[in-house]
Design a protein around this ligand. Sequence first.
Ligand code: NAP
Length: 247
Amino acid sequence: MKFSGSNVLITGASRGIGKEIAKTLANFGLKVWINYRNGIDAAELVKEEIEKNGGSAAIIKADVTSEKEFNEAIKTIVDSDGQFSYLVNNAGITKDKLSLRMSMEDFTSVLNTNLTSTFIGCKAALKVMRKQRFGSIVNISSIVGEMGNPGQVNYAASKGGVNAMTKSFAKEAASRGIRYNAVTPGFIQTQMTDELNSNIKEEYEKNIPLLRFGQSSEVANAVAFLLSDYSSYITGEILKVNGGLYV
Ligand code: NAP
């Protein structure tokens, strides 16, 4: 894979899919900025692992639901590296409940973390990248934003919003040489899905044409492709990484 840029910020990279994306992109030679909110020890471990493998990494604290903190993180990166090549909006949460039991807090907190933070990141990246006339952004969405899921009205709305927003940013920014794409993972083995009841998990697996949950590395490879020069004519795309569960 070839990358014309040199650095990347991955939000929520202290564990799960974000961590794997960080490791994969470091292997491709990018300097990786590992964002975390609470898990400083976990973020430090990701940095150490990358450096042990000869990669370059830095950790950066920010709650991405705060425009001020997210903007400051990007400013820190530009001040340090003189440019900002790539952004992966990965941080996300779930607060699953059937809709009749879902409180406004359950709804708005998921919207804020998954959708509003992605807007903040996409906008902040555009401000910097339009001056460079270069940049690529990948938003981590979900299969649930495409097909819906009981108990996830909040999450589905947030990820459906991410998909629509990605396409709109792509259209606004294309003439500046900046690309926006999203990936929609299906069920991926992480802490988020470890919380699922094992019977439900088995039931889901039976319905996946590839008959298994995906690995974080399989999402990370798709993200690397969409950031890289190998996808230079692709923008506004929503790439499914779901084992065929929704096609
Ligand atoms: P995870 O293991 O729960 O990790 C989530 C990460 O997001 C953590 O590093 C967490 O950091 C960070 N985070 C949460 N709120 C944040 C905030 N306000 N500011 C900064 N960081 C924040 O989740 P995951 O399974 O890897 O999921 C990653 C992304 O993939 C999410 O967008 C999720 O919706 C999407 N996805 C996952 C699956 C799946 O099967 N796992 C499927 C489809 C899509 P702290 O610990 O510091 O809070």
